[in-house]
Design a protein around this ligand. Structure first.
Ligand SMILES: Nc1nc2c(ncn2[C@@H]2O[C@H](COP(=O)(O)OP(=O)(O)O[C@H]3O[C@H](CO)[C@@H](O)[C@H](O)[C@@H]3O)[C@@H](O)[C@H]2O)c(=O)[nH]1
Ligand SMILES: [Mg+2]
Length: 189
């Protein structure tokens, strides 16, 4: 816990798949004065994500899936993203391999860790560990698509890296972790 903030009380506003909690804290400002503040935090655990890249063909494998919150915010809800998922008790690398395999059908090789990011640090506790891994014909285990009994309905989409980068510019790719990983790959491939 940060020494600048002392939690005075907390109230669970909602607890279901994730939890939304309202905290009251005494926050010590940079000038030393203490201010009482309220902040809400949404906690559904942390996550890992992996961009699948075929270096021989310079293609990437992404997944398209429906995102309810994006629909609520008035944007096109069929999001094109890198494979990703909640840690569910696994370490980030194990999670990245598990999610890539479930969602894309490929068990990736040559994983490298890129960085860890908070995508919405103002209110969401989730930290996402980002990886790049390789796929090719021999890494294919099955056709992918995710776990239908958990409501996943995933289309696997293969694209030239150059086309995926262009899709960031024209708004067809809007998921932050996907933008970051594609741009990192473009800088380092
Ligand atoms: N019951 C219930 N199930 C949920 C809820 N929200 C998600 N789920 C289920 O929980 C599973 C989550 O799938 P994962 O593959 O583990 O996670 P993800 O949704 O792909 O998350 C990744 O992408 C998100 C969007 O970019 C990221 O926010 C997240 O960090 C992560 O990288 C899916 O089966 C989904 O149906 C909910 O509110 N209620
Ligand atoms: Mg997922």
């Amino acid at each position: 816990m940060n020494e600048r903030a002392k939690i005075i009380s907390k109230q669970v506003l909602a607890k279901s798949w994730g939890s939304l909690t309202s905290y009251t804290m005494d926050y010590r400002r940079q000038d030393g004065t203490v201010q009482r503040l309220k902040r809400e935090a949404y906690d559904h655990g942390s996550a890992a994500a992996i961009l699948l890249y075929d270096p021989d063909r310079k293609t990437v494998l992404l997944v398209r899936q429906f995102r309810f919150a994006v629909m609520l915010n008035g944007d096109h809800a069929d999001m094109l993203e890198v494979c990703a998922g909640m840690l569910d008790g696994d370490d980030p690398k194990t999670c990245a391999i598990r999610e890539a395999t479930e969602e894309s059908g490929h068990a990736p090789t040559d994983l490298r860790h890129v960085c860890d990011v908070y995508v919405s640090p103002g209110s969401v506790t989730e930290k996402v560990s980002l990886f790049i891994g390789h796929y090719h014909a021999s890494t294919r285990q099955h056709e992918g698509g995710g776990l239908a009994d958990e409501g996943e309905d995933i289309e696997v989409v293969e694209l030239p890296l150059a086309e995926a980068l262009a899709m960031i510019g024209d708004g067809r790719i809007m998921d932050a972790k996907t933008v970051l990983l594609l741009q990192h790959l473009a800088l380092t491939a």
